[in-house]
Design a protein around this ligand. Structure first.
Ligand SMILES: Nc1ncnc2c1ncn2[C@@H]1O[C@H](COP(=O)(O)OP(=O)(O)OP(=O)(O)O)[C@@H](O)[C@H]1O
Ligand SMILES: [Mg+2]
Length: 161
């Protein structure tokens, strides 16, 4: 327990452009490990899909497109499959059986995870905050819950100057 308390459990980034958010996503993608889950929380247009596109870049996926209509997109990459879900249009996400994607061959990134009744206990939560006065500014805060996620944040922290 002591170890977890001593370790970093959140990191915040400020982004001033889509390109900067892509870059943060690439760093996060490089830090991801098999079986990881990320829950992306933020309003419409906050930059969740842009960040996942950066993750895809880092892992060698084809250009990530929004799963708003498809609900789930899968990208088979060399290290593991990137599974990208968007639950916005669902009242109850249980029909998607997202937990079945949580295995060692995949990483799972979920937009609108508020619709997921049983999200995994070990997950990286990514919060996006916007401000009305600065339309291109985003505050992006990563928090870790669980050992695997703490390891990912440690490694993300290691990529920072
Ligand atoms: N700093 C920034 N980071 C990310 N996107 C930005 C930023 N500034 C402006 N944008 C713009 O905001 C939009 C973000 O769109 P994106 O599809 O990533 O949002 P989203 O959070 O996935 O929304 P939704 O919930 O509708 O899926 C894009 O049009 C992008 O160009
Ligand atoms: Mg989106």
């Amino acid at each position: 327990m002591g170890e977890a308390i001593d370790r970093v459990n959140y990191i915040s980034f400020s982004s001033d452009s889509e390109e900067e958010t892509l870059c943060i996503g690439r760093k996060f993608g490089a830090a991801l490990t098999r079986g990881a889950a990320a829950l992306l929380v933020g309003g419409l247009g906050a930059g969740k899909t842009v960040l996942v596109r950066g993750v895809g870049d880092a892992l060698g996926a084809a250009r990530v497109r929004s799963p708003s209509f498809t609900l789930i997109n899968e990208y088979r990459c060399e290290k593991f499959t990137v599974v990208h879900a968007d639950l916005y249009r669902l009242d109850d996400a249980s029909e998607l059986a997202l937990e079945e994607y949580l295995d060692d061959n995949a990483v799972l990134l979920v937009e609108w995870p508020e619709r997921w009744k049983n999200p995994p206990a070990d997950a990286v939560k990514i919060n996006f905050e916007t401000t009305e006065s600065e339309p291109n500014k985003r505050l992006i805060r990563f928090s870790a819950f669980g050992k695997k996620s703490l390891d990912i944040l440690d490694s993300l922290k290691g990529t920072l100057p």
